[in-house]
Design a protein around this ligand. Structure first.
Ligand code: CMC
Length: 422
């Protein structure tokens, strides 16, 4: 059997044989065969936009691996900063590499005072922290103009380091500003996740040491969010990066993509949905209205997973640990019942709709005290290393500028008519 496909243009009778490599066919080969004819694939449902060696996602069998390591092992044994290193460098760090990496991140967590005084304080009092974070990330490019030198690997490392270090600081700053509380400076004695919790919650105590169970749970959730191959925001990062924008501008664009309720905003939407349903009696009618197409079951379904999202299984385990410290979320039983109803319903079964990572993360975040509008901000902190690993990989691949074609369906040529004659 030949590892290739043959495409014939029946208008001309010409054929081309294209090899299948790693399950993909290079469609550039058909351009010579049928010039002016394009592959139409809105939403890229059947298009691989790139080759990548970062994340292996098998949605049929519910498998997720970073650089070959199963997500279950990383969630259990690793930590977020180590996973960042792994995604960015392809290998787990040696002890010396780990020490340097953690040091470099820990000692770059401060941001320029103007970011807080002039920038964050300029937002309206009820500004959404996700909008503030997106703007803050974009603003970093003005503090580090040398970031435009994307061809220098050392310069790239500096910007990657800064983005991973400073995003939690800006995120906490956005939250503190939104509740009218003074900003807390980073605490270099704490690890990455504990430091973020300290910047969020510290009030008057000289040192705020978060509950280790909660800090660990947050760290695991960041690992689960760290990469997910060519999702909407990562694709945005690669597309913007392909024009050779600086990484802050590209990461701000990716943050905008993550903001939407079909992507990173789903965790917030799940809580809104559960709160709006109100009571157990209303679960059945709600599911019926979803089936009638009136709304979506948020936190369910995925473009790639046609099985249980492996991240959702780990999130459920973390939920038990967090609730043992914080007390159970009043919405948990509703969520469990809703999952049970959906998993036994033909509508969801026939479409392979299962809970995704966002179905339970919101319940954990809420129990930890995060307001709803911070949920997607937490997702952004977690996804940053994945975006940066893909940005770096695409530059190393020498990716051409992303420039898809379109199928024009508008009006043909016509003559301009003066306004008085229209
Ligand atoms: N509730 C009800 N029906 C659904 C849902 C849902 N959550 N998701 C998909 N469907 C149905 C959809 O109506 C369609 O049915 P039909 O074939 O009869 O028209 C079918 O399932 C296929 O759906 P689709 O919209 O074509 O699937 P997609 O791959 O374009 O969209 C999705 C994927 C994640 C946007 C979608 O499942 C969705 O909107 N889910 C809810 C939002 C959500 O939880 N998003 C978080 C995703 S995981 C975290 C992340 O990556 O950001």
């Amino acid at each position: 059997m030949s590892e290739s496909i043959t495409i014939t243009d029946n208008r001309t009778g010409k054929s081309v044989e294209i090899p299948v490599v790693n399950g993909g066919v290079d469609m550039k080969a058909i351009q010579g065969l049928m010039p002016g004819t394009w592959i139409l694939d809105p939403g890229f449902t059947g298009t691989a936009s790139t080759e990548s060696a970062i994340t292996d996602l098998d949605g049929i069998n519910g498998i997720l691996r970073y650089r070959g390591y199963p997500i279950e092992q990383l969630a259990e044994k690793s930590n977020f900063l180590e996973v960042c290193y792994l995604l960015l460098n392809g290998e787990l760090p040696s002890a010396a590499e780990q020490e340097k990496w953690v040091h470099d991140v820990t000692y770059h967590t401060f941001v320029h005072e103007n970011m807080r005084k002039r920038f964050m304080e300029g937002f309206h009092h009820d500004a959404h922290p996700m909008g503030m974070l997106m703007s803050g990330i974009a603003a970093l490019s003005t503090f580090y103009p040398e970031a435009k030198d994307i061809d220098d690997p050392f310069n790239r490392y500096k910007q990657i380091n800064r983005l991973i270090s400073k995003v939690p600081t800006i995120a906490a700053m956005a939250y503190r500003s939104s509740i009218g509380m003074p900003f807390n400076y980073p605490d270099n004695e704490l690890d990455y996740s504990a430091n973020f919790l300290s910047m969020m919650w510290k009030i008057a105590e000289p040192n705020h040491v978060p509950d280790p169970v909660l800090a660990k749970a947050l760290d695991v959730l960041l690992i689960l969010h760290a990469d997910h191959e060519q999702n909407c925001s990562t694709t945005t990062m690669r597309v913007v990066g392909s024009s050779h924008s600086d990484p802050y501008s590209a990461a701000a664009s990716a943050t905008g993509a993550l903001y939407g309720p079909r992507h990173g905003g789903a965790n917030e939407s799940v809580i809104h949905m559960l709160s709006d349903i109100g009571s157990y009696e209303d679960l059945g009618p709600f599911v019926e209205s979803v089936k009638a197409g009136n709304s979506r079951l948020m936190g369910f379904g995925h473009r790639v997973y046609k099985a249980y999202d492996p991240r959702a299984t780990i999130v459920k385990e973390q939920a038990d640990k967090v609730f043992a410290v914080t007390g159970k979320s009043p919405l948990l039983d509703m969520a469990l019942k809703l999952e049970e109803i959906a998993l036994n319903d033909d509508y969801f079964k026939s479409r392979n709709l299962y809970p995704n990572v966002d179905f339970y993360t919101g319940l954990i975040y809420q129990a930890m005290g995060f307001p709803l509008n911070m949920f997607t901000v937490l997702f952004t902190i977690g996804r940053m290393p994945g975006w940066l690993a893909h940005w770096q990989e695409s530059l190393e691949q020498g990716q051409r500028i992303s420039r898809p074609r379109q199928i024009y369906t508008g009006v043909g040529v016509r003559d301009y008519v003066d306004v008085g004659s229209r």
